[in-house]
Unconditional design. Structure first.
Lengths: 327, 324, 326
């Protein structure tokens, strides 16, 4: 177990270093940090002095090491556009994105599993054919169109739900949440659904495929031959075995949800990290771009790590055989 | 540089050279054609996709108006509803007019052209890059393989849209402001292409490793045939099936990706609006009731993406019945 | 004469496919007496496993029982509603599968799988079921059963896992156990032990066995009677010793000739030329006629049905037509 975790940790660090290298290259070589900070009017000699003071004339390796050192302390420089520390900016917008991502991941997981199990157990039903057709249409629909469609129906035509923003937020000191007020709860419904749909179809198709696979295995046939009830077989044996790969993919999807939130946040003017990133791409606010890249990579790596450990806990075969030959 | 001077031309779909009838016969008798004939949804998808592609290619000749020629449009015609005449001109607007008095139908035709061009080029780019790297990795193995596939793995675990946004942002930062508008489409193609190569590489690499072990490849190698020739002549034909499937689905993804980027305002320049740009414009008038500015481009985009996606789905099943 | 435990009458199993209906099993008629071991032998695809699946009601769709009936102690079971048939499976008919590596759910402890099965069929408390499970594991020869019961399947060797499978098949005391190639996937060194355990336990409980295998040796050592299957039909059925010593059907004779025996001249070891036809291309007349050394005209046009050759023996071959009357 310990060896397994250490091995995974080492891999995670490698991935982070790789991403950090890309972030560093972006940070250092896209645009000129000096002109971005002080403008082109500054005298060249002054620029050169600043360059020296900021260490921009040091060997690249040292600069990269310094970049990583700063990153480890959560230091990513100042946003060109907003003139605020990037870390502060990201942290202040993080709660909005996380609340949205978790809400939509829950929606995707619950409905994805339920629909996936249903379609696997009733493969010939008309309802199944309908759900499968809808899911195919679903993956062909761009997320932003789904969002616009929902806004049109529920905000413009019916007027039930707000079309933009987070509603009223409550400041808990370290976290500004929209989940404690009525307007906040109403506001999160449409964006959360929009963001969840793609993952929902993905999870549903995965659950269905895995479940069909499991239902064909010998141990399910043997369970039938022992006269176990349909219920015990479908929702005990088959579902448990289905969930092992589903946990992995769903967990990994949480990272994608956070990244996909870029589009949803733009459609609903949701004040999260994603919309911050989009504006920074539009105006080439390099420190924010680099920091966002690192942030997303960190989220992915952390989730990967947690999922691996979860996988290990769920599947007894991995526990005993040891991680070395694990998968 | 304006659109009218150098109309981007979507590459013609690759077709078998005109050969004697036997080849057509063989195609008509094949399992693939049989399964195509048997699926009404696929036939409908094919017709829809081909129609839209044809309209896009022929846009300059069949569009009712040139929406980018200031002489032909009247700002006062703005927001004319569908199927009516503009109040200040002779122009008829089948799908209405947008905020600047441009004919929505014509902007859609030109917009599809941009969307399809970017989609095709980006997919081609991803395909060439991915197939090339996949062949290299699969054939050589070892260190090269490890590095290429590791990068592909990392990239595949991030959503393509994020990668494309980053590449786009970086490219923006490196291109001087004066060239940004003219280069925008190529930057977009680069960004979308680079964000989609890994899928090709992974599939081709797997197939290459299988083929490499086969006797005829060993024989060719022993006879001293150059590795590049082996790859092109013996291995490439065997991986074309899956590549075609990924390419078709990839085209649908690329079209959606382009629309998303343009919708986010980081895609094509406003002078060359794609379907995504049109939707971005239309969204602003959703609340005020001018629905047609949004509705028609959105439907076109959905039809395009869905029909190409359906084709890809069918192709996957037809080429490999074992897959679900 | 006692009433048979299981009676199969004219059982026919069909699979509709795109190219027409395939008949996997045709017109099977046989009886199994209480406590008896009936061997069923034949090449793969001969329909032996399908017969077993049909008896326990587990034919995978689109396959279906097209004709015939199956009676358990005189009660028809082939047309029961699914839930009543489910209650019979495990309780009155148990089944042992071929591959112990895949027939146990890898995510469940042995104890969970045993207790769940016991409590499905018998009104027992959790503790009583667990006690019974430990006893069963002990019976099938798993050392230190009380400790090992909470292990997962992958912690057992192949032979041990098959013992667990046997315990699972027997845990509700069925009257009949269908063993479908129970040793094929196992290491040769443990095959005999597994057969012994299975036979012993069934004998102790008075359970009959339908032993499906392609291994004539296993049948010779284990079964009381044997049914020889060819292309979905029974070619010959009778007491094991007599069938081995004096095979009537040319196919059986060929099958026996293919078993090397100690002290016999190796010249006699022979193979039947050709291969069993696929289900989609069974020849007209007797299915064996293209390979049969004693074929004559009638074999090519008319299909022989199973008829009495002498007391306790039946054979489907035109060579013996009229023997009963004579």
């Amino acid at each position: 177990m310990l060896a397994f975790i250490i091995r995974r940790l080492a891999q995670s660090v490698l991935v982070m270093l790789f991403v950090a290298l890309i972030a560093f290259v972006i940070f250092r070589y896209v645009g000129d940090p000096i002109t971005s900070m002080v403008g082109v009017e500054t005298r060249l000699e002054d620029q050169e002095i600043m360059r020296d003071r900021l260490g921009l004339n040091d060997p690249v390796v040292i600069q990269f090491a310094r970049f990583i050192g700063n990153a480890l302390q959560g230091e990513f420089g100042i946003s060109y556009r907003l003139q605020q520390p990037v870390t502060e900016l990201i942290l202040s917008r993080l709660p909005a994105t996380l609340e949205l991502a978790v809400a939509s991941a829950l929606i995707a997981l619950v409905f994805g599993v339920v629909l996936g199990v249903f379609t696997a157990l009733r493969p010939k039903s008309f309802v199944t054919a309908g759900i499968m057709a809808a899911s195919l249409v679903g993956v062909s629909l761009p997320t932003f169109l789904i969002g616009i469609g929902l806004i049109y129906v529920f905000s413009v035509e019916l007027g039930w739900l707000p079309s933009f923003g987070r509603g009223e937020v409550v400041d808990l000191g370290w976290w500004r949440t929209g989940l404690l007020t009525e307007s906040g709860l109403k506001s999160i419904i449409l964006p959360a659904i929009t963001l969840s749909l793609f993952q929902l179809t993905l999870i549903m198709r995965l659950v269905r495929a895995e479940m069909l696979e499991v239902l064909r295995t010998e141990y399910i046939r043997f369970a039938r031959a022992r006269g176990l009830t349909q219920r015990a077989i479908n929702f005990g044996h088959a579902l448990k075995n289905t969930m092992v790969p589903v946990i992995t993919i769903t967990g990994l999807q949480l990272g994608s949800v956070i990244a996909f939130a870029i589009v949803t946040e733009t459609v609903f003017q949701w004040p999260g990290v994603g919309s911050l990133f989009i504006t920074s791409v539009q105006v080439v606010d390099v420190p924010v771009m680099a920091a966002y890249l690192m942030f997303i990579a960190l989220v992915f790596v952390l989730i990967n790590l947690i999922v691996d450990i979860l996988y290990y806990v769920v599947d007894p075969r991995l526990r005993v055989d040891g991680g070395a030959s694990g998968n | 540089m304006s659109m009218t001077e150098t109309p981007p031309r979507p590459p013609a779909t690759p077709q078998a050279p005109p050969r004697p009838e036997s080849r057509l016969r063989r195609f008509l008798d094949s399992d693939i054609f049989y399964s195509w004939k048997r699926s009404p949804v696929t036939i409908l998808a094919t017709v829809t996709a081909l129609t839209l592609i044809l309209i896009a290619i022929l846009a300059p000749w069949i569009a009712p108006y040139d929406p980018f020629n200031p002489a032909s449009l009247n700002l006062m015609d703005g927001f004319t509803p569908p199927v009516s005449q503009g109040p200040f001109s002779e122009n008829w607007f089948l799908m209405g007019a947008d905020n600047q008095g441009r004919d929505v139908l014509s902007t859609i035709m030109y917009g599809s052209r941009v969307s399809l061009f970017v989609g095709f080029m980006a997919t081609m780019f991803a395909m060439v890059l991915g197939v090339g790297l996949g062949l290299t990795a699969g054939y050589n193995g070892g260190m090269i393989d490890a590095v290429i596939m590791r990068i592909a793995d990392i990239q595949l675990s991030f959503p393509a849209i994020l990668i494309a946004l980053l590449i786009f942002g970086v490219a923006r930062g490196m291109i001087p402001a004066s060239h940004q508008e003219s280069m925008a489409i190529w930057v977009l193609i680069l960004a979308i292409g680079l964000s989609n190569w890994a899928q090709f590489a992974r599939t081709v690499r797997g197939a290459t490793m299988v083929e490499r072990e086969k006797d005829y490849v060993s024989a060719a190698r022993i006879m001293g045939v150059h590795p590049i020739l082996i790859l092109l002549r013996h291995i490439l034909p065997n991986v074309l099936g899956p590549v075609l499937v990924i390419g078709t689905i990839g085209l649908a993804l690329a079209i959606i990706e382009e629309a998303t980027l343009s919708f986010l305002g980081v895609g094509v320049p406003p002078t060359q609006p794609s379907l995504g740009t049109l939707i971005r414009i239309g969204q602003q008038y959703l609340f005020s009731g001018e629905w047609w500015i949004l509705f028609f481009p959105a439907v076109t985009l959905i039809l395009l993406a869905l029909s190409v996606n359906l084709l890809g789905d069918w192709l996957r099943d037809a080429l490999n019945p074992k897959l679900r | 004469m006692t009433e048979p435990l299981l009676s199969v009458r004219g059982l026919t199993v069909e699979f509709p496919t795109r190219h027409g209906i395939l008949t996997a099993v045709e017109d099977i008629t046989l009886d199994i007496m209480p406590g008896e071991v009936l061997g069923m032998v034949g090449e793969s695809g001969a329909g032996k496993s399908m017969t077993g699946n049909a008896i326990i009601g587990l034919i995978e769709p689109p396959g279906r029982i097209a004709r015939g009936e199956i009676l358990l102690k005189g009660q028809r079971i082939d047309n029961l509603p699914p839930d009543e048939m489910r209650a019979i499976r495990g309780r009155r008919i148990g089944m042992i599968f071929q591959d112990p590596l895949t027939s146990l759910n890898p995510l469940y402890r042995i104890s969970d799988q045993l207790v769940e099965t016991i409590r499905t069929h018998l009104p027992m408390s959790q503790e009583a079921a667990r006690k019974r499970a430990i006893q069963l594991l002990d019976d099938v020869g798993i050392p230190d059963a009380a400790r090992r019961i909470d292990d997962y399947p992958h912690q057992f060797s192949g032979g041990m896992r098959q013992r667990v499978v046997i315990a699972l098949a027997l845990c509700a005391e069925p009257d009949l156990v269908i063993a479908d190639e129970p040793t094929t996937a196992l290491d040769v060194s443990v095959q005999a032990q597994i057969i012994d355990v299975m036979k012993q336990l069934c004998a102790d409980r008075g359970a009959a066995i339908l032993l499906v295998t392609h291994d004539m040796g296993v049948i010779a050592e284990t079964a009381n009677r044997v049914a020889v299957m060819y292309a979905g039909r029974i070619a010959e059925i009778g007491p094991v010793r007599e069938v081995i010593k004096d095979a009537r059907h040319p196919y059986t004779a060929g099958l026996m000739g293919a078993i090397p025996r100690l002290g016999e001249n190796l010249d006699r070891l022979q193979q039947i030329p050709g291969a069993m036809p696929r289900l989609s291309s069974i020849p007209q007349g007797c299915a064996f006629n293209p390979r049969c050394p004693k074929v004559f005209d009638r074999c090519r046009s008319h299909r022989p049905s199973l008829s009495q050759a002498e007391v306790g023996r039946q054979v489907a071959c035109w060579l013996y037509d009229g023997v009963t009357e004579a």
